[in-house]
Write a protein that binds this ligand. Structure first.
Ligand code: AHR
Length: 312
C-alpha cells in the first residue's frame, strides 16, 4: 500500500526543481486547544509520514488571521494541495478564491466553511448537528423517569465555530420536544479546560436554581467544569449530570471515576482519509464532496470496557 501510494505521489505531483518529488501538502491546523486537537494533529502528521507526503504543518493558535496567513504562504510556496480545519465558519472567501486562482485544490477537514462550495474540493469530518442530537437524546433518556424541570447549563465551543453552532442546534432540536428541558445559561468556554472551569464557576456563582445537567460542547470543557463543580461542593455525575462530546481518554477516565455521565464520539483520526484524498486529488480524480465519519455514544456504565481499546 505504502509503495503504491508513494509511487502515485511521485508520478502525480507537479514537477519540482529541488529533486524532491513528493506531493506537497500545506495544512493549517486550528491550534492545540484540546485533547481532541492533539490527537487530530498527530493523526495528520503520522499519516503524511506513512504515505511519504511532504507535509507543511502550521499551527494557527486559534486565530483566523494566522490561518489566512498560512494559506497565503502555502499559495506562495505553490504546494500541490492545501488542507485546513477552519477555526470559524465565515470569512474565507477571499483566500479561497486566491487558492483557486493559483489552481491549488483545497480540502477541508474537521470543520467546514460557509462559502461557495466550488472553492473547495471536499470536506472530511463529523456531522456536528448529529452529535448535538445524540447528546440531546441521551439527556431525554437520562431524565425520563422524573417529572420536574430539567435545568441545563451549556458550555459552548469557540464563538462562530462550526461545531459550536451545529452542536447547539442539534441539542436544542431534540430537547425542544419536551418542555421540561430548559437551557438556563449558555456561554462559550472556547473548547478549553481553563475556560470551561472559569465559565462553570461563574454559572454556579450566579445561579440560584438547581442545575440538573451540564451540556459541554467538548470533553475538555467538561473536565474543567468538573473541577469547578467539585470545588463548589457538588458531586459531578451524581448531583449534577454531565454530557459532553469527543470521547477522548480524559473523558473515559472521568466516566470511570463516576464524574461524567456520557460522551458522544467525535473522531479526530482523520489523517489517513485526508492523505488518501490528497493523493486522489493530485492524480486528477474527484473525491466525494462530503465524507462523514462514523461515531458512537459512550456512557459511565460502559466506559471501563472501552477504555483499553481507545486510540486517543
Ligand atoms: O472541531 C472539533 C472540535 O474542536 C472538538 O470537539 C474540540 O475538542 C476541538 O477543539
Amino acid at each position: 500500500m505504502l509503495v503504491i501510494l508513494s509511487a502515485a505521489a511521485m508520478m502525480t505531483g507537479c514537477a519540482r526543481n529541488d529533486g524532491d518529488d513528493r506531493i506537497r501538502l500545506g495544512f493549517s491546523q486550528i491550534g492545540a486547544e484540546s485533547e481532541w486537537r492533539t490527537a487530530n494533529s498527530e493523526s495528520i502528521k503520522s499519516a503524511a509520514a506513512t504515505m511519504n507526503i511532504d507535509l507543511r504543518f502550521a499551527d494557527a493558535q486559534q486565530k483566523q488571521e494566522n490561518q489566512i496567513k498560512a494559506l497565503r504562504t502555502f499559495i506562495a510556496q505553490k504546494v500541490d494541495v492545501i488542507a485546513f480545519s477552519p477555526v470559524v465558519e465565515t470569512g474565507w472567501d477571499t483566500v479561497l478564491q486566491e487558492a483557486k486562482a493559483a489552481k491549488i485544490p483545497v480540502i477541508l477537514t474537521d470543520r467546514s466553511v460557509t462559502a461557495d462550495p466550488s472553492l473547495y474540493v471536499g470536506f472530511i469530518g463529523s456531522d456536528f448537528v448529529e452529535e448535538g442530537r445524540k447528546a440531546g437524546r441521551w439527556a431525554l433518556d437520562h431524565f425520563k423517569d422524573g417529572t420536574g424541570d430539567v435545568n441545563i447549563v451549556e458550555l459552548q465551543g469557540t464563538v462562530g465555530a462550526g461545531p459550536a453552532i451545529d452542536r447547539k442546534k442539534g441539542f436544542e432540536e431534540i430537547i425542544s420536544t419536551n418542555p421540561r428541558f430548559k437551557i438556563i445559561r449558555s456561554q462559550s468556554g472556547d473548547f478549553t479546560r481553563a475556560k470551561g472551569k472559569e465559565v462553570m464557576e461563574a454559572f454556579l456563582k450566579a445561579e440560584t436554581r438547581k442545575i440538573d445537567l451540564l451540556f459541554a460542547h467538548n470533553d475538555d470543557m467538561a473536565i474543567g467544569a468538573i473541577q469547578a463543580i467539585e470545588e463548589a461542593g457538588i458531586k459531578p455525575g451524581r448531583e449534577l449530570a454531565i454530557v459532553s462530546i469527543d470521547a477522548v481518554k480524559g473523558a473515559f477516565e472521568a466516566m470511570i471515576a463516576g464524574k461524567l455521565n456520557a460522551t458522544i464520539e467525535c473522531n479526530p483520526l482523520l489523517g489517513p482519509q485526508l492523505m488518501t484524498s490528497v493523493v486522489e486529488v493530485v492524480a486528477g480524480r474527484e473525491i466525494p464532496k462530503r465524507i462523514v465519519v462514523d461515531e458512537q455514544v459512550f456512557t459511565m456504565e460502559t466506559a471501563k470496557q472501552h477504555i483499553q481499546s481507545r486510540k486517543y
